[in-house]
Structures are given as structure tokens and as C-alpha cells.
Design a protein around this ligand. Structure first.
Ligand code: PLP
Length: 426
């Protein structure tokens, strides 16, 4: 047997031993499709479909009474989702609420926790974060009358892919009021040491926020124990809640009880909200950071999806995810040697998230050639192919197939018939 046949055998054996393998049947995907893009938009599961339909039925049969009387009462849905999410991030249930989107939640928590005072007026972030987070930081600085050129410090990256925790710590000086970082970098998949960074920042009296977009649902966290001040995330990536699915936020217990920077009637204590008083009595939970009426139809699918996470267990998901990305990297090295690929994510388990980041000068058109073969990767300009083998619905054999198709594309140079430019969404 040649090496690739040995690898195929290995994939089959790993699938046979995989205790999470049965979850794949719960997800919708074309028979032909190999889906490697669950870190951009997770797949629909039957359970998410069911809980969405339940909310529609509640509307159909209960109309306004659906707020309290339906099968999934809408008035408490955001809190229920927060409670279901808490185990995924190591939080107490009062510390979590599902609402808004990453960017709006970030605005809310910056409006609450960024309090420039005296010399302490700066925000520390990084040069590799997702643009939306940086736009939010700059606009919040401007709202305080502070020039982002001077007051936003972005940690540089030596290799353009990863960040060095010690460099970040060196930049934590007494001028910094707030630190915002991604837990996992969206391109290179680097996982930062959240605990170490939080401790170092607190020594300097800096408020610490993390964006969990690329770690929630992929790996466990201990946000409460690590004393992270706040966190934000979306649920349409690894948590499979659907396009535009409701976002989430965490506020550490020590900050609960204070008024939100951006208030609305859904910030209220739930028993007081319908008093309709003009003086807000904020909830004593993370619920205080909600603003307006929850988007029920983009929250409901998450209930079903989180039931799957409850059953599978985030530790098991992480274990499989690490084994899958390891298997993928091993195959890439074995089969794609000499074709100009670079594995751009860190290799140590404790420094990487749930996707493999492959760099190639022809990345845009290689992605188009993959799509022609019903393989869905994700391209990030200018040269990154992200491949995310999602533990809940990707098999080891799928991973094997993806790498072998990639090899064929490179051998036959079939990518050359496409332009090396990204599509409108990439
Ligand atoms: C996906 C992602 C976003 C998107 O923000 P939304 O407000 O949900 O559109 C923001 N930041 C990071 C780091 C992301 O990965």
C-alpha cells in the first residue's frame, strides 16, 4: 500500500472509533458536498430547524401570548440561551446573555467599560483582528473625543500571522484603559493564552475583553475563573445557529449590577420591565446589557443547536477537533509537498483553534477549483485558504477526500482556468 492508501485506512479506523460520529446525521448538507466552512457559517441541524419551527408554531397558536405561554416563551429565551451557553465558556449562568451581534455587543460593552480617565485613555488591540472589531474601537474612541491615531495601540505581528503574548504584555502600560483581543485569530487560527494575558492586564488595572468568534463551540474556556471582564461572540459560526443568528456576551460577576452604557427597556429587571417607569432598574445579570426586543426567530434555532453541544460535550468536541486538524496537517504535508503551500497556523495544540490555515499565492483560484468539486473552503484575502473540519459533522474520511482533491487540482493545475481574484463574499 502506498502512503495515501495507508492514510485512507487510518481515516476509516478513526471514524469507526469516533464517539461523536453519529452527530453528522443530524446536519443538512448535500451528499456530494465536503463542507470545510463551518467556521464562517455552520450547517443547519435538524434540532435547530425544530426549535425554529416551534417558535413559529408558538406565534401561530399563541400570538402575543407567545411571550409567556408558548412552548419556548420568548420573554425568557435570551436568558435560557445564556444558561445553555455558560458551560461552553466556563461562566455562571447570570454572566451570559444572548443578544445583538458581535459588533453591537462590543459597542455596548465598550460604552459600559471603556472609561478613559486622566492619563489612562488608550485602548490596546492588535493588527490582525477582524476589521469590524477595530471599526468599533475607533468609533468609540471618537465618541469620547479621542483620536484613534493616538489612542488606539495595535500590537504588531512579526510574521503577519501570529501575535506574541509577551509583546502584547510589554505594551500594557499605565496609559491603557482597556484591552480587546480575539481568543483565536480568524486567519491563522492562533489561540491566545487568555489566562496569562488577563492576569498581566489586571496587574496594570486594564479592563480585559475577548472576542470568542473563532473559539466558542470549538474549544472550552474558563472565563469566570480567569476573571476575564467581558467577552462577545457570534453563534452562526461554530455554534450553527444560522445566518445572522443572535450573538452573545459575557460580563464577569464582579461587574454585574451596574447600569449598561447603552440602555433600553430590555436592560430592565424582568419583573420591573412592564411597570413602564421612566427610571430604568437594570437587571442584576448580564441581561442588563440587552437593549431592545430580542430577535426571536434568529434566536430560536440556537436552542436546538445548543442541545447538541450539551450532549456531545465541549471537551470531546475539542479533542476530536485537535485530532482532525492534526490529521489534516499530516496529510497536507504528506500529499501536497512541493506544491507551494505553507501551513500558517501554530502547530502546538495549546496554540491553535479549530481550523487549518493554508497559504498559497494562488489561493483565490484554488478555492474556486475546490468549489467546482463541491468542496467548500473559505478564502481570506490575499492568500489564505481556511479549512475547518467541524467535529460535529466532518468525518476523517471527508478530510482525506479534501486533501486528495486538492492534490489533484494541483497536479492537473485545474485552478488555472479561474481568475485569481476573490468573489464578492470570500
Ligand atoms: C465573524 C466575526 C465578526 C462579525 O461580527 P458580527 O457583528 O457578528 O457581524 C466580528 N469579529 C470577529 C473576530 C469575527 O470573527
Amino acid at each position: 500500500m502506498d502512503n495515501s492508501n495507508i492514510a485512507r485506512q487510518e481515516a476509516i479506523e478513526l471514524d469507526n472509533q469516533d464517539k461523536l460520529a453519529h452527530f453528522k446525521q443530524e446536519f443538512y448538507i448535500g451528499d456530494e458536498t465536503l463542507y470545510m466552512d463551518g467556521n464562517s457559517l455552520g450547517l443547519l441541524s435538524k434540532r435547530a430547524e425544530e426549535t425554529l419551527l416551534t417558535s413559529l408554531e408558538d406565534w401561530k397558536h399563541h400570538a402575543i401570548e407567545g411571550w409567556t405561554d408558548g412552548e419556548q416563551p420568548w420573554y425568557y429565551m435570551s436568558e435560557k440561551l445564556g444558561e445553555m451557553t455558560a458551560p461552553l465558556i466556563g461562566a455562571k449562568k447570570e454572566e451570559v446573555i444572548n443578544t445583538g451581534s458581535i459588533t453591537t455587543n462590543l459597542h455596548q460593552l465598550l460604552a459600559t467599560f471603556f472609561k478613559p480617565e486622566g492619563k489612562k485613555t488608550k485602548i490596546l488591540a492588535d493588527t490582525l483582528n477582524f476589521p469590524s472589531d477595530i471599526y468599533a474601537l475607533k468609533s468609540q474612541l471618537r465618541l469620547h473625543g479621542l483620536d484613534p491615531e493616538e489612542h488606539l495601540i495595535q500590537v504588531p505581528s512579526d510574521d503577519g500571522r501570529t501575535l506574541d503574548e509577551d509583546t502584547i504584555i510589554e505594551l500594557m502600560n499605565n496609559d491603557v484603559a482597556l484591552l480587546l483581543l480575539p481568543s483565536v485569530l480568524y486567519r491563522s487560527g492562533q489561540l491566545l493564552d487568555i489566562k496569562k494575558l488577563t492576569e498581566a492586564a489586571h496587574e496594570k488595572g486594564i479592563i480585559v475583553g475577548f472576542d470568542l468568534a473563532h473559539s466558542i463551540g470549538a474549544l472550552p474556556h474558563e472565563l469566570h475563573e480567569w476573571e476575564v471582564d467581558f467577552a462577545v461572540w457570534c453563534t452562526y459560526k461554530y455554534l450553527n445557529s444560522g445566518p445572522g443568528g443572535v450573538g452573545g456576551l459575557f460580563v464577569h460577576e464582579k461587574h454585574l449590577g451596574q447600569a449598561p452604557g447603552l440602555a433600553g427597556w430590555f436592560s430592565s429587571r424582568k419583573d420591573k420591565q412592564f411597570d413602564m417607569d421612566h427610571t430604568l432598574i437594570p437587571a442584576e445579570t448580564a441581561g442588563a446589557f440587552q437593549i431592545g426586543t430580542p430577535h426571536i426567530l434568529s434566536s430560536a434555532p440556537l436552542i436546538g443547536s445548543l442541545k447538541i453541544f450539551e450532549e456531545a460535550g465541549i471537551e470531546n468536541i475539542r479533542k476530536k477537533s485537535l485530532q482532525q486538524t492534526e490529521f489534516m496537517m499530516k496529510l497536507i504535508e504528506q500529499e501536497l509537498d512541493g506544491f507551494g503551500f505553507t501551513i500558517a497556523n501554530p502547530r502546538e495544540n495549546k496554540r491553535r483553534g479549530g481550523h487549518v490555515s493554508l497559504e498559497h499565492d494562488e489561493a483565490a483560484r484554488i478555492c474556486k477549483a475546490l468549489k467546482e468539486k463541491h468542496i467548500i473552503p473559505d478564502f481570506r484575502s490575499p492568500n489564505v485558504i481556511r479549512l475547518a473540519p467541524i467535529a460535529l459533522y466532518v468525518s476523517y474520511e471527508d478530510i482525506f477526500e479534501v486533501v486528495m482533491h486538492l492534490k489533484e487540482i494541483m497536479e492537473k493545475q485545474s485552478y488555472k482556468k479561474f481568475e485569481n481574484e476573490r468573489g464578492i463574499i470570500a
